[in-house]
Design a protein around this ligand. Structure first.
Ligand SMILES: *Cc1c(COP(=O)(O)O)cnc(C)c1O
Length: 356
């Protein structure tokens, strides 16, 4: 840290992303990426013609991309906001809809970026404990008079609220924005997007990073009433009107045109998730039922950190959170069936070695 850094940011602790190793080849089950490549339409769209056009600025309105997303989700263009990954959208949302007297609240165990954004923008925030079974209790969020941010399904637990439960929260907090972060919704949970037609205070955030195999392209979108979408546009046009580059824009449009390919991949991932959960349970793991592309698991016979490092030696990366409440657990991203068969074999070796 230099002496020049604004006092506001001196105590900021930034978000720590999962490891992206460069030294050797691992099976990456640590950052919830898709094990499948983007589809053929995306690969064809990012072509040399598009490269030549890189000399030109991209469309700051992102009109065509928004229209595609609107068509897919049954909305109008004015209900769609797009940005450089959903993290970019969440940043704008924290910036836009809290502050002054408006505090923000989110679950204590959830996406690690929420407290970082809250502190970045100098917001007062409250972290609400989960129930003992790691679920979000909607009753904690009813009539709170605060901006509310909920990941649904939640990370790293994989547990989801129903549409009815989300509606209770949105309906009883009409003076504040409720953000529902649906990064993992395509792996089997219920989207709350349709509530946007009924409630002007609801913002749904989704991403191309997980279910659409484009974490490296950085593309997220939000669905909301025209009012809050125009607020987000105001902040985007005051920050970086060109935050979606031409290649990502072309890739995003193509991905929606081949949406069936990604739906099929999600179906495979769900099937592989259930296979993996069953195998882990047979080995004595406690596996939280998941509606996402990852599992959150523990085994009382081995410490979470130790399991992570033993798996690393065998070429598998998983995510461990070294906090008091999560230390026993690991989060395992679902790869291909082949990845997970190898993974199960590796864990089974480790568990046998540990017993000796
Ligand atoms: C991965 C993730 C994001 C960020 O996704 P990007 O679109 O890649 O920025 C946001 N929220 C949750 C809960 C996530 O797990």
């Amino acid at each position: 840290m230099s002496k020049f850094l604004n006092e506001r940011y001196r105590k900021l602790e930034s978000y720590v992303p999962g490891e992206q190793p460069k030294d050797r080849v691992f099976v990456k089950l640590n950052t919830n990426e898709s094990p499948y490549p983007p589809g053929p339409a995306v690969i064809a769209a990012v072509n040399s013609r598009e490269m030549e056009d890189l000399r030109l600025y991209p469309d700051p309105e992102c009109g065509l991309l928004k229209d595609k997303i609107a068509e897919l989700t049954g909305m109008k263009r004015a209900n769609i906001f797009v940005a450089n990954g959903s993290d970019d959208i969440l940043n704008f949302a924290f910036m836009a809809f809290a502050g002054g007297r408006t505090e923000v609240m989110f679950p204590e165990i959830s996406y690690g970026f929420y407290p970082v954004f809250a502190r970045l923008h100098g917001l007062r925030y409250r972290e609400v404990p989960l129930k003992d079974d790691f679920s979000v209790d909607p009753a904690d969020y009813v009539c709170q008079n605060k901006m509310i941010v909920i990941a649904n399904p939640n990370a790293p637990t994989g547990k989801a609220l129903s549409l009815y439960q989300v509606e209770q929260i949105v309906r009883t907090n009409r003076e504040n924005v409720v953000v529902v972060d649906e990064a993992y919704v395509d792996f089997g949970a219920e989207s709350s997007a349709e509530l946007v037609h009924k409630y002007e205070n609801l913002l749904i955030v989704q991403t191309f990073s997980k279910s659409r195999s484009m974490a490296g392209a950085r593309l997220g979108f939000a669905i909301g009433g025209e009012g809050i979408i125009s607020d987000l546009e105001k902040l985007k046009f005051s920050t970086n009107p060109y935050n979606i580059n031409r290649l990502t824009m072309a890739a995003g449009i193509a991905a929606i045109e081949e949406n069936g390919y990604y739906e099929e991949n999600c179906r495979k991932i769900v099937e592989t998730r259930e296979y993996t959960a069953d195998e882990l349970r047979k080995m004595g793991f406690n596996v939280i039922p998941s509606q996402a592309n990852f599992l959150f698991v523990k085994n009382d016979r081995i410490d979470g950190g130790r399991l992570q490092s033993r798996l690393r030696e065998k070429g598998y990366l998983i995510r461990h959170f070294d906090t008091e409440k999560l230390r026993q657990y690991n989060r395992i991203t679902i790869g291909t069936r082949q990845d997970m068969e190898g993974f199960i074999a590796a864990i089974s070796e480790i568990m046998e070695e540990e017993l000796q």
